[in-house]
Design a protein around this ligand. Structure first.
Ligand SMILES: [Zn+2]
Length: 198
């Protein structure tokens, strides 16, 4: 079913369409990942994600989904509990997107977020308060396997699935969600955003 919704959303949605509803943290204030549980030992909710284990088995993104999962699990102050899953049961899928739309020529990744009814945040049909499924599209041809650019991008796109957005004050903070993906490890700013949202 999820494969029938191959609409193209872009990271620019956060930048262009919704700048008036956010401040320094560019996320929709009432939108969250759907699968949560309250952990009394931590005193907050934990995000559960099932990340596909078989869509990045070649090219520069080889094994990068596993690295992104580990980086978020180990550096989120216990806000993220992601696991690898078969494609049939995953709710976060990565794709090496080879039909890159012209409108997004300058981007290396596109996060398409879906609600529980298949509506998505690119065509205006997303209408519920939870992100039920995320398709994270990556453009392999832009990546050199000899550096960690691909790992940084994959970890960044996984942040979008949690509804993290691009910080506006990019020159002043450290964040995995900065537009140019300078980090592969979540930063204090990212942990603060998760605390505020979850
Ligand atoms: Zn982004």
């Amino acid at each position: 079913m999820k494969k029938t919704f191959i609409f193209v959303f872009s990271l620019l949605y956060v930048l262009v369409i919704t700048p008036d509803v956010t401040t320094a943290h560019e996320y929709e204030p009432n939108l969250r990942w759907f699968d949560l549980y309250y952990a009394s030992s931590y005193g907050h909710n934990v995000i559960k994600m099932k990340v596909s284990d078989n869509l990045l088995d070649n090219g520069p993104f080889e094994n990068k989904a596993q690295l992104a999962v580990s980086n978020w699990n180990n550096h989120s102050n216990n806000y993220v509990s992601a696991s690898m899953s078969s494609f049939s049961s995953s709710n976060v899928d990565y794709a090496d997107y080879d039909n890159w739309p012209g409108d997004w020529a300058g981007l290396d990744g596109l996060a398409i977020l879906y609600d529980n009814y298949g509506g998505n945040n690119i065509d205006g049909t997303f209408q519920y308060s939870t992100i039920y499924y995320a398709q994270l599209n990556l453009k392999a041809e832009n990546f050199n396997p000899s550096n960690d650019h691909a790992e940084r991008l994959v970890a960044h796109e996984l942040g979008h699935a949690m509804n993290l957005g691009h910080p506006e004050d990019s020159g002043l903070i450290s964040s995995i969600m900065l537009f140019n993906c300078p980090y592969k490890i979540p930063q204090d700013h990212d942990r603060d955003d998760l605390e505020n949202m979850y």
